[in-house]
Structure formats: structure tokens, C-alpha cells
Design a protein around this ligand. Structure first.
Ligand code: ATP
Ligand code: MG
Length: 243
């Protein structure tokens, strides 16, 4: 469970300050697949970074599994994040000089896990993201969709309960984007991971159970669909996009 209470964030540029998030309240249940949509500049990435403790808010609270992450000291927060949250970015953020295997192993090695555990986990993650045979490739020797699957495997390495994905299909064509979305969906359905995904695209958002629409730093709409009424959600988004 993720709880967000009255979250605010300001940015200071020179003399002017600008409020990006204007008091966000939110509850996300374990195992929910949430899409965050909204115009460019509405605060989606800022919100995601605050949810994962990559950035600190000016006021308000984010708790993950009952733990208030911004009450933690920097170092404790880094450790908490490493164990509980997996990040996936639009541009993959793989280390170019490391192979597929080394990229996936990286967070586990940073954590000091035994070599045998790292090796076994890498091998099962490579299978889970269907990259057998590519273990020794460098990122530049992979397609965009394959690179994104490596980044998802890396995000999963520490067995997080939450995946935060910022436009994970933003650089991919429909076919490879679909592979990535199917993978995220299977993680939600089989492993009960919570997935929070920022997206501009209605097709990607249609994978989610719930769509949160941000505009100018506030939640303009929060639509959840029940089993079987997914197209109501889609109709809702389409209506919003037309406004
Ligand atoms: N480090 C920063 N310093 C100053 N302003 C910032 C900073 N980061 C973001 N902003 C501003 O905050 C606002 C929200 O940015 P954010 O990246 O959260 O938007 P977004 O909804 O993710 O947009 P996009 O869809 O284009 O990715 C924007 O107006 C942006 O210019
Ligand atoms: Mg963004």
C-alpha cells in the first residue's frame, strides 16, 4: 500500500518559484496497476520521483508499506528504495559498458549479495524477460524493446513490491511497446507487484486498472475500473484528452 498525503513540491528558478505539485492525496493498493496521465509539465515525473524517494517534497508525506519514506535519513532512504522500489525510465538508463548480465546484477552487487545468489537471480530474470542468448550483449547491441526489458529485469533484481515506470514505452514502436506492457502486466498479475506508470499514450494506459490524470499539479481525475468495464475507463480518458 502506498499512501500520499498533501504532497507539495516547488521549484525555484532564479528569482521565481513555481509550484509543481499542489497538494496530492492518493492511496494505491498493493497489486494495483496505475497509469498517470496528463499534459507535458503537469508534474507526472515529479510525482513519480517523489513516490520513489528520488526527490524530497516541500511538504506532505509518502509512505510505502507503512513506512514514511521522507522521514528517513538520506542513506536509509537509499537502502529502503533499493529494496522496495524498482525504477524504469523512458531512456532505459542502462550502463553502456556493461553487458545484459552485468546490468541486471548491478543492484544486487551494490547490495553485497553473495555471488551465487546474484548468478541464480540474473539467470531467472533473463528468462523472465525473454532475453536468453543475449546475456553477453552490450546495450548498444540490443533493440530498444530488449534494452527496456533489461531495465525491467534490473528493476526486479531486489524483488521490489513497487515498480515506478516513467514513459517506459515512450521510445518504442507499438510492437516492442506491447512486449514491455505485457511484461509489466504479467508482473502485476502473477507477482502482485504494484505498478505505477506515467504515459502519454491511451493504448499503454489501457493496460492499467486505474488512471490518474494530473493537470497543473493537481489530480483532475482518478478513474478506476472494475472487472469487465475497461472500455468505460478508455472512454473516460478519451473524453479527457478532448478537453
Ligand atoms: N529541476 C527542476 N527545476 C525547475 N523546474 C523544474 C524542474 N524539474 C521540473 N520542473 C518543472 O516542473 C514542471 C513539471 O515537470 P515534470 O517533469 O514533472 O512534468 P511531466 O508531467 O513529467 O511532463 P512531461 O510529460 O513533459 O514529461 C514543469 O513545468 C517543469 O519545467
Ligand atoms: Mg515527465
Amino acid at each position: 500500500m502506498i499512501t500520499v498525503k498533501n504532497l507539495t513540491k516547488w521549484y525555484q528558478t532564479g528569482e521565481t518559484s513555481f509550484q509543481v505539485l499542489k497538494g496530492i492525496d492518493l492511496e494505491i493498493a498493493q497489486g494495483e496497476f496505475v497509469a498517470v496521465m496528463g499534459p507535458s509539465g503537469s508534474g507526472k515525473s515529479t510525482l513519480l520521483n517523489l513516490l520513489g524517494g528520488l526527490d524530497t517534497p516541500d511538504s506532505g508525506e509518502v509512505s510505502i508499506g507503512g513506512k514514511s519514506i521522507h522521514d528517513l535519513q538520506e542513506r536509509e532512504r537509499t537502502l529502503f528504495r533499493r529494496k522496495n522500489v524498482g525504477f524504469v525510465f523512458q531512456n532505459y538508463q542502462l550502463l553502456p559498458a556493461m553487458t545484459v548480465e552485468e546490468n541486471i546484477a548491478f543492484p544486487m552487487e551494490a547490495e553485497g549479495l553473495p555471488k551465487s545468489v546474484v548468478k541464480a537471480t540474473v539467470s531467472s530474470l533473463v528468462k523472465a524477460v525473454h532475453l536468453q542468448g543475449k546475456e553477453g550483449n552490450f546495450p548498444s547491441q540490443l533493440s530498444g524493446g530488449q534494452q527496456q526489458r533489461v531495465s525491467i529485469a534490473r528493476a526486479l533484481a531486489m524483488k521490489p513490491s513497487v515498480i515506478l515506470a516513467d514513459e517506459p514505452t515512450g521510445n518504442l514502436d507499438r510492437k516492442t511497446g506491447t512486449e514491455v506492457l505485457d511484461l509489466l502486466l504479467s508482473l502485476q498479475q502473477q507477482d502482485r507487484l504494484t505498478i505505477i506508470m506515467v504515459t502519454h499514450d491511451v493504448f499503454s494506459a489501457s493496460y492499467a486498472d486505474r488512471i490518474i490524470f494530473l493537470r497543473d499539479g493537481v489530480i483532475e481525475m482518478d478513474i478506476k475500473h472494475k472487472e469487465g468495464d475497461k472500455h468505460d475507463v478508455l472512454a473516460g480518458i478519451l473524453a479527457l484528452l478532448n478537453t
